[in-house]
Each structure stands twice: as structure tokens, then as C-alpha cells.
Design a protein around this ligand. Sequence first.
Ligand SMILES: [Fe+2]
Ligand SMILES: [Fe+2]
Length: 192
Amino acid sequence: MTVHTTVGQDPDSNDVVILLEMQHREIRRRMDAVLTATGKAREKAFRRFVHLLAVHETAEEEILHPYVRKAAEKGGPTVAARLDEEEAAKRTLRELEDEGCDSEDFPRKFRALRDDVLAHAEAEEAEEFPLLRSVADAARLQYMSKALRAAETVAPTRPHPGTGSAAGNLLLGPFAAIADRTREAVRMALGR
Ligand SMILES: [Fe+2]
Ligand SMILES: [Fe+2]
């Protein structure tokens, strides 16, 4: 488990941007783990990556993008570009899920996906997060962080003490299933 040593890195932070950036770093770690693993370990690492990516991108689609598009003057084009990138990543991911981790083409395709996912996260950090900060007050960031944490609670992104293996297996489903569960959790938290 990651050790957080500063207040700003506190997993219970009330700042949604800090939480999203922490998830970006964890997504990167999990992609690297997939690329260094083989066989059953690769499969396991891939499932862990898919899980976090589904939680993260779905939460952004529900919490972050709609707000930035509406509230920030230049939000529209930025959000449209980010949504296109997310859709492209999902298409590649679906192919990888269908073909399986032992397919011959997996390492090449996964490396390409990794590059795209990292470029997407960098664009969010460089363009969209600053836009969010320019229009959202602390209360808004806190409200959003609550919804993001709700998504993590229903679909944990890291092992929690006391999580049994049955529950663990249930949670490590395909991208689409995890995305559905996350959407539900976020909408409940936002009272939609
Ligand atoms: Fe995203
Ligand atoms: Fe992101």
C-alpha cells in the first residue's frame, strides 16, 4: 500500500484535483506492473489496472468533465478532446480484454495504450485541472472529492483491510461492469 507522508497527499484529501492526480500516478504504476509481468501475474496485474482505469475515467466523466464544460469559458474544446481520448482508450482496452493477456500482440498493444493513457492524463493535468481550479471554489472541490471517494468505496482502487477474496474477485470484473457500478455510486453520492 502507498504511504502518504504529507497532508496534501492524504488519501482523505478534500481536494478532488489532488485525488485525481494520485490516481494518475497509481494508474501509471499499475501499467508498468502489467508490462513487467508474465503469465498469470500479468493477467492479475492487468485486471488491477483495468479496475482502476474504469473507476477513474468513469468518475471523471461523471464529476469533472460536465462541470468544466459548463463552468469554464474554454472548457468545451478541452473536455471534447479528453472525451475523445477516453473513448479511444476504451476501444483499445476492449480489444485487449477480448484477445487476452497471452496473445502475441498484447505487449505491443498495451505499450501503445500506456502511452495514450499517460498523454491523456498529462493533458488533463496541464489543461483541464487548472481550468477547474480557476472556476471551482474549495466547497466545489470538496463536493467533487466526496463523489470520487464514494466511487472508490463501492469499487476500491486499492486493497482494503478485511476485503475477502470472494469480494475481491467480484470487484475485478471487466471494464464495462466496473464503469457501470462506479457511475451508479457517483450518481448516488451526487444525489442524482
Ligand atoms: Fe480522463
Ligand atoms: Fe484522469
